[in-house]
Ligand binder design. Sequence first.
Ligand code: HEM
Length: 258
Amino acid sequence: EVETEIEDYAFSFEGPFGSFDQMQLQRGLQVYTEICSACHGLELVAFRNLHDEGGPGLPEDQMRAYAEFYEVFDQSLFDGEGDFRPATPADKFPSSSLSNAPDLSLMAKARAGFHGPAGTGINQLVKGMGGAEYIASLMTGYHEEPECAADANMDGQYNVAFAAGGFPASCIDEHGHHMVPGSWISMSQPLYGDDVEYADGHSTDLEHVAQDVAAFLMWTAEPKMMARKQAGLTGVLFLTVLTVLLYLTNKRLWAPHK
Ligand code: HEM
């Protein structure tokens, strides 16, 4: 198993009462738009979703303006010959333009940040699945190549959060253990800090920008998270009340026989 270094960031949407931070989702959308979308796609997300409650919550006119900024190919135009037109709220984000860059719609749920210990997954009960933590840590996980790889001529860049990439034999010891965490990734470092200018004055340090885009991708992967938690809470409250009533009923029923 490849060791990785995943930071346990405190996201606003964690825990049973956590909720998405609308401003953070808007900042993350900006980072996605200005940087990630050069290579990646979000083909499962429709522009109109940017206006949904519990998400970035763009006002309707802003959401429409955002959509129009994209061009989509529409086969129904020109009597079936097709042509490009500005996107409408019903269209989806384009898919990845770089063939080996995966679509990011569901990435925050496709990856886990925390595993173990010893394959038990107990860490996930305590810290959560860590999909957003994984993405933020991937953004901040680029490091200089370790010394053991000096002569290895690796493809890609060394990243301590990435498990699935290439790894040089010169960094594996005689027992077969990896001497350094992570592996080599074919995405060059996308964020360095101060990559964007935020309208809300929020910090643009690498750590903050990384968390913003990770939070946004958590929303794309689970856009109904707020509704799910709300329903869960209602259910638990309801069951609690029912438990009390049943307890009292039970007492009442058996009272004459005791
Ligand atoms: C892979 C996020 C920008 C090219 C990935 C993965 C994530 C990600 C989560 C999947 C890693 C995995 O499989 O576990 C982002 C974010 C970006 C960004 C949040 C913006 C801040 C870019 C850009 C490019 C790019 C600008 C192209 C220049 C790639 C490629 C891979 C990848 C080629 C596949 C890497 C591999 O499997 O070795 N990215 N990315 N990404 N990304 Fe990005």
